[in-house]
Design a protein around this ligand. Structure first.
Ligand code: PLP
Length: 412
C-alpha cells in the first residue's frame, strides 16, 4: 500500500479510504492538466468528475495560473484595513455578469459560506427566520447550509439544526406557494439539482418561483454553486428561464479550478445591513486577492472562449452517446439526463453504479455518485473537453458496462 494512502487513511478519513479502496481508487494523485489527471504510478485518467462542477476550465488553465502567479508575486493576501484591488474589480465584474439589480457581493471561500451569507442577509433584511428548501437539495454542510440540505444521513447526527426550515418537493412551485407563511424570509433553490442526482425541474419552475416569491414578498435565493460559469450551457443555470433572483450564490468554478472562492451576489437593499454594521458578516480569507485574480481570469476565459456554447455542444454529444448505451443496458441504466455538461446516469441500483465507477476508474475515467443520490453517477467534465475525449470516454463507458455485466453475472 502506498505510504501516502496509509497516511490519509490513518489521519484523515478511514471511511472514505475504504470506499476508495472498494472502487479501486486507492491511488495517490500526482499532477493534472486540462481534462487529464495522473496518479503517482503514472496512470492517466480522463477527469469526468471535474471536482463536482469546479473544473469548468480544466486543470491549471494557463490564463488562470498566470493571473494567480502574477498576484502571488505582488500581494496574495489583503491586510483588510486597506482595499484589495482584484477583489473590488471582481465584485464589479460579478455585478456585470449577473442579471438586473444584482450588484453587491459578499466573498467567502466556499459554496457553503456563500449560502451561509445568503441565509444571514435574508434574515437580516426581512426580520424573519424561515427558509424554504427542496427535497434532494444540496447547499453545503456547515450548520446553516446543512439545515437547507435535507438528507438524514448528514443532518440527523448533528441535530438540532437551524429552526424555521421547511422542505418541499423539488420542481413543484405550488408546494412552495403553500409552504410560505408569515415567518418565511426566503426560498432557496438550485436551477438543476446537482448532488440530488442531476434533477432537471419542469420548464417554467424557476419563473413560477420568481412570480410566487415576488407576489408574497419573499426573497428568492438561486444557488448557482454547481450550475454556474457555463456548466449547464448558459453562463448561469437560471438563464434558461431568464429570471432575476434576489440573491445568487456562486463558488466552485468561480475560482477557475485553481483557487477556492465563494460569492453571494444580491440586490443593494439586501446589503444595507453593512452600512450600519460593516462587520456584521466577515471572513478573513474571503475574496482574497489571489482567489479574486483567479476568478477574474475565470470569468474572462469563460466568456471569451464561449464555454457555455461548448458545454451545449459537447453535452449533446455525451448525452446522445449515453442514451445509446442506456438502450443497450436497460437492466442497469434507468435513465440518462442532463443539460450542457451537467449529466447524470441513473442506475437501477446503487451497487451496480458502484461497480461501474470502479470498472471505469480501472479504464482511466474518473466519475462519482451524487452526494444526495447514490443511484446517480454524475459526469461533469471540463467544458474544454474535446469531441475526441468525449468519444474516448463513451468507449470506456461501453467497456465498463460490459465489465459490470460480467462482474455481476450470476448475482443479479
Ligand atoms: C448547489 C451547491 N451548493 C452548495 C454547495 C457547497 O459547496 P462547498 O462544498 O464549496 O461548501 C454545493 C457543493 O456541492 C452545491 O452543489
Amino acid at each position: 500500500m502506498d505510504e501516502v494512502f496509509t497516511l490519509f487513511e490513518r489521519h484523515i478519513n478511514p471511511g472514505l479510504a475504504g470506499l476508495l479502496r472498494f472502487t479501486g481508487l486507492d491511488r495517490v494523485e500526482d499532477r493534472a492538466e486540462g481534462v487529464y489527471v495522473w496518479d503517482k504510478s503514472g496512470k492517466r485518467y480522463l477527469d469526468f468528475l471535474g471536482l463536482y462542477g469546479t473544473l469548468n476550465l480544466g486543470h491549471r488553465h494557463p490564463r488562470v495560473v498566470e493571473a494567480v502567479k502574477r498576484q502571488l508575486d505582488r500581494m496574495p493576501m489583503s491586510v483588510r484595513v486597506l482595499v484589495p484591488e482584484p477583489t473590488a474589480r471582481l465584485a464589479a465584474r460579478l455585478a456585470e455578469v449577473t442579471p438586473g439589480a444584482l450588484s453587491m457581493v459578499f466573498f467567502g471561500n466556499s459554496g457553503a459560506e456563500a449560502v451561509e451569507a445568503a441565509i444571514k442577509l435574508a434574515r437580516i433584511y426581512t426580520g424573519k427566520p424561515g427558509i424554504i428548501t427542496t427535497e434532494g437539495g444540496f447547499h453545503g454542510k456547515t450548520m446553516g447550509a446543512l439545515s437547507l440540505t435535507p438528507r438524514p444521513a448528514y443532518q440527523d447526527p448533528v441535530k438540532p439544526l437551524l429552526p424555521g426550515v421547511k422542505v418541499v418537493p423539488y420542481g413543484d412551485a405550488e408546494a412552495v406557494a403553500r409552504a410560505i407563511d408569515d415567518e418565511t424570509a426566503a426560498v432557496i433553490v438550485e436551477p438543476i439539482q446537482g448532488e440530488g442526482g442531476v434533477r432537471i425541474p419542469p420548464e417554467g419552475y424557476l419563473r413560477e418561483l420568481r412570480r410566487i416569491t415576488a407576489e408574497r414578498g419573499v426573497l428568492l435565493i438561486v444557488d448557482e454553486v454547481q450550475t454556474g460559469l457555463g456548466r449547464t450551457g448558459r453562463f448561469w443555470g437560471m438563464e434558461w428561464e431568464g429570471i432575476e433572483p434576489d440573491l445568487l450564490t456562486s463558488a466552485k468554478a468561480l475560482g477557475g479550478g485553481v483557487m477556492p472562492i465563494g460569492a453571494t451576489v444580491g440586490r443593494p437593499e439586501l446589503f444595507e445591513a453593512f452600512r450600519e454594521n460593516p462587520l456584521i458578516h466577515s471572513s478573513t480569507f474571503g475574496g482574497n486577492p489571489l482567489a479574486a485574480a483567479a476568478a477574474l481570469a475565470a470569468i474572462e476565459v469563460t466568456l471569451e472562449e464561449d464555454l457555455p456554447a461548448r458545454a451545449r455542444e459537447m453535452g449533446a454529444r455525451l448525452l446522445s452517446g449515453l442514451q445509446k448505451l442506456a438502450a443497450e443496458w436497460p437492466r442497469f441504466i434507468e435513465e440518462v439526463r442532463g443539460r450542457g455538461l451537467m449529466v447524470g446516469v441513473e442506475f437501477t441500483d446503487p451497487d451496480i453504479g458502484a461497480v461501474f465507477i470502479s470498472e471505469l476508474a480501472e479504464r482511466g475515467v474518473l466519475t462519482a455518485f451524487g452526494l444526495n443520490n447514490p443511484k446517480v453517477v454524475r459526469l461533469e467534465p471540463p467544458l474544454i473537453v474535446t469531441e475526441a475525449q468525449v468519444d474516448e470516454a463513451l468507449g470506456k463507458f461501453a467497456e465498463a458496462l460490459a465489465a459490470t455485466g460480467r462482474a455481476l453475472e450470476g448475482i443479479l
